[in-house]
Design a protein around this ligand. Structure first.
Ligand SMILES: Nc1ncnc2c1ncn2[C@@H]1O[C@H](COP(=O)(O)OP(=O)(O)OP(=O)(O)O)[C@@H](O)[C@H]1O
Ligand SMILES: [Mg+2]
Length: 244
């Protein structure tokens, strides 16, 4: 399934497709007929200068914001036609969020932050086991009872990733997840995303300014002047030239 990221393989529907989405704020067009597809088990990096519309696009995908026109199709259904209840259930169960500023709740320990989305989701089973597994998986044993204010940036972001995946979402939306991290911690987060892609089949959509995050992605999309374009990586371009 992986590789192209743009088109459908066989008869299986894409996990997610954004179809002709346009958004304006006042007279300014932020997204103009934006279309792309996301396959399971893939990492998609979205770049574009500050103000290009990356966060806006993630907001559309999560169903938190509605475009002026276009569709966001998840497993064959247009989520924009769903009611509020169904859309919030979709967000809670199928999507995990990771943000630049971590967005951890300051009065809760790492453990409490990780478990929180699962408590509000009725589908969660054997929660303690699951949190313990994630804590081990992400190497958070030593800091699990600390509060966010006492954690390093890299530790906070790993707690935030644990929280994002506690409900086993199919999609992670990450908004500049490495924006506040040193190189090594940023590298750790990218490695972690690759592991989640390979071992759990998650699709991870990352808005980023970071070239290493882009290099670690399967698909690179760039927003320029409200239009979204797929960028082929230099290696693949070289290979294509050699093949000619
Ligand atoms: N609710 C809103 N009302 C009016 N304008 C908005 C609104 N939300 C976003 N914008 C504008 O839309 C543009 C795109 O914003 P967005 O946050 O999507 O950019 P971005 O690509 O994520 O930028 P950055 O890299 O700085 O995070 C910006 O110019 C912003 O000011
Ligand atoms: Mg943004």
């Amino acid at each position: 399934m992986r590789g192209k990221g743009g088109g459908k393989t066989g008869d299986a529907p894409d996990l997610l497709s954004v179809e002709g989405v346009s958004v304006s704020f006042g007279k300014r067009k932020i997204l103009d007929e934006v279309s792309f597809t996301v396959e399971p088990s893939s990492i998609v990096a979205i770049t574009g200068r500050s103000g290009a519309g990356k966060t806006t696009l993630l907001g559309m995908i999560s169903g938190l914001m509605k475009p002026d026109s276009g569709k966001v199709v998840y497993k064959g259904q247009n989520i924009l036609r769903w009611g509020d209840f169904r859309r919030s259930r979709f967000r809670n169960r199928e999507i995990g969020f990771v943000f630049q500023f971590f967005n951890l709740l300051p009065d809760m320990t790492s453990y409490q932050n990780i478990i929180y989305p699962a408590i509000i989701s009725p589908a969660s089973r054997s929660l303690k086991e699951k949190v313990d597994y994630l804590v081990g998986y992400l190497g958070l044993e030593k800091i699990v009872h600390q509060y966010p204010a006492t954690l390093s940036g890299g530790e906070r972001q790993r707690v935030a990733v644990a929280r994002a995946i506690i409900n086993s979402p199919r999609i992670i939306l990450a908004d500049e997840p490495t924006g506040n991290l040193d190189e090594r911690s940023a590298g750790d987060i990218i490695t972690l995303f690759r592991t989640l892609r390979d071992e759990n089949g998650m699709a991870i959509i990352i808005a980023t300014h970071d070239s290493r995050t882009v290099a670690g992605a399967d698909v690179h999309l760039n927003i320029d002047n409200a239009r979204l374009q797929r960028i082929e990586p230099p290696e693949r371009r070289k290979k294509a030239r050699r093949a000619r």
